[in-house]
Write a protein that binds this ligand. Structure first.
Ligand code: GLN
Length: 502
């Protein structure tokens, strides 16, 4: 492997700033990697090599002229294809938006560009970010670089696989119920879901507006902290964005937190938690204990995961999430009507209703239709109180449990996913089973809290196992330090799939 690709975001940015490596060399190294491995991984919907090279040349010219470089100058990154960009297409992996070119650029992408990052392209996702495997992509699924017969997770599967397969140095995803953390867990990379409102959603194609949050994926915690610090901050174009100043996430990141109190939510450690994942998390807990962290038992009663005699798993959080997110999806996706932009039916239609319904029917995938229908149902008069209002009450109870738990601890620790990456097709016939891949990630979105998924180790089959740290609102800095503590103590960082060693 080209030694440039072996560098982390932080190392690469430093090497470019020092003039040891040029931005053009770094970009070329990643374009070569894409040429070599993208056919096998299929992480990208679109790459923009020429534009990337122009951005790299501009960075090199700036350096030669002695101008100050941004913190990501010359670092090649990728962004999820539900982030609007004036360059290339913005498809959300939907046939509906296959030819759509956005008229403006999302704030997060503009911030990456201002920091000097080189954007390599747009990554694949489950259509409109609805799914957990990228199998719902309207184009083709992305493969997990650890085992290409397995899914990379989703919906930010392309962003996670691109980082794991070193087709970019870092990437951006979006997380509505786990879409950054779950694929990060399954691909052996770090993924961050910031506090709701910490990162601007301007230019993110909305799925569930009260849940959606953009965050980075990277090969280690420090890189994830750096990328978060670049994209975070108030944006007057997003009325839900928080005014609080962004702290310095990198200062003290290598200093262990004295007396860190780690809460283990007992409801997450039930029989629903599979064997090898349970063992890896138990080992992570021991690692933390050895650093002097205090382990505390806490309870999140409304995030409980139940398992009945027949082995069926159920969770209030999953039920609540699928009412809130489908309700918001049904209203957000109403804009895709075949009139303003996107796919319009070529059939002759009698009236505007037929134009809407044919255009939508021809171009939206099954999962997207399922969610629009579920959401429309739960919002309809007569059902609104029984479903939507009830779900909002459950959401409040879930959030209150976290507040109570954080009186006893600084962070919570649990698995990111119940199992390692599953095979293609394994869960596609059973949406409920697919929905359960998010049992550990979903309640955070409902509560608006930040979470980070970090590799905890590998299974016997050599598949990554992810662990999740959860913190109170705006505790990103603590999460990064606590995550870095684990990397330093365990030596687990920058995992590389076997395909990179071949
Ligand atoms: N897998 C979850 C879903 O299908 C979460 C998706 C997401 O976070 N965008 O809705």
């Amino acid at each position: 492997m080209n030694p440039i690709i072996e560098k982390s975001v932080t190392e690469l940015a430093a090497a470019i700033a020092d003039g040891q490596i040029s931005a053009v060399e770094a970009t070329q190294a990643y374009l070569d990697a894409i040429e070599a491995r993208e056919p096998e991984i299929a992480a990208y919907n679109e790459t923009c090599g020429d534009l990337a090279m122009q951005q790299a040349q501009a960075v090199d010219a700036k350096r030669q002229a002695g101008q100050t470089l941004g913190p990501l100058a010359g670092v090649p990154v990728a962004v999820k294809d539900n982030l609007c960009t004036e360059f290339g297409h913005t498809t959300c992996s939907s046939a509906y938006l296959k030819n759509f070119k956005a008229p403006y650029t999302a704030t997060v992408v503009a911030k990456l560009q201002q920091a000097g990052a080189v954007i390599l392209g747009k990554t694949n996702l489950d259509e409109f970010a609805m799914g957990s495997s990228t199998e719902n992509s309207g184009f083709a699924p992305t493969k997990n670089p650890w085992d290409t017969s397995r899914v990379p997770g989703g919906s930010s599967g392309g962003s996670a696989a691109a980082v794991a397969g070193r087709l970019c140095a870092g990437s951006l995803g979006s997380d509505t119920g786990g879409s950054i953390r779950q694929p990060a867990g399954l691909c052996g990379v770090v993924g961050v879901k910031p506090t709701y409102g910490r990162v601007s959603r301007y230019g993110l194609v909305a799925f569930g507006s009260s849940l959606d949050q953009i965050g980075p994926l990277a090969t280690n915690v420090t890189d994830a902290a750096l990328l978060t610090s670049v994209i975070a901050g108030h944006d007057e174009r997003d009325s839900t964005s928080l005014p609080n100043p962004v702290g310095d996430y990198l200062a003290d990141i290598d200093t262990p937190i004295d007396g860190l109190r780690i809460g283990l939510p007992r409801e997450f450690y039930t029989e629903a938690l599979g064997g090898e994942t349970r063992e890896a998390i138990a080992a992570a807990i021991e690692t933390y204990k050895a650093t002097g962290a205090e382990i505390v038992d806490v309870s999140l009663p409304h995030s409980r995961i139940d398992i009945d005699a027949a082995g069926n798993i159920s969770s209030f959080a999953v039920a609540c999430y699928y009412i809130v997110c489908t309700a918001e999806c049904s209203s957000n996706l109403a804009r895709f009507d075949g009139v303003h932009y996107g796919h319009r039916t070529a059939e002759k239609v009698d009236d505007i209703i037929e134009l809407f319904s044919r255009s939508r029917d021809e171009s939206l995938g099954d999962e997207v239709k399922r969610r629009i229908m579920l959401g429309t149902y739960t919002l309809s008069s007569g059902y609104y109180d029984a479903y939507y209002n009830k779900a909002l009450k459950v959401r409040r109870l879930i959030a209150d449990d976290f507040t109570a738990a954080f009186e006893k601890c600084d962070v919570l620790l649990c698995p990111t996913t119940p199992t390692t990456a599953f095979k293609f097709g394994e869960k596609t016939d059973n949406p409920l089973e697919m929905y359960l891949s998010d049992i550990y990630t979903i309640s955070l979105n409902l509560a608006g809290l930040p979470g980070i998924s970090i590799p905890a180790g590998l299974s016997k089959d050599n598949l990554p196992i992810g662990m999740q740290l959860i913190g109170p609102v705006l505790s990103e800095k603590t999460l990064f330090r606590a995550g870095r503590m684990f990397e330093l103590a365990s030596g687990i960082s920058r995992l590389a799939p076997p395909m990179l060693k071949a």
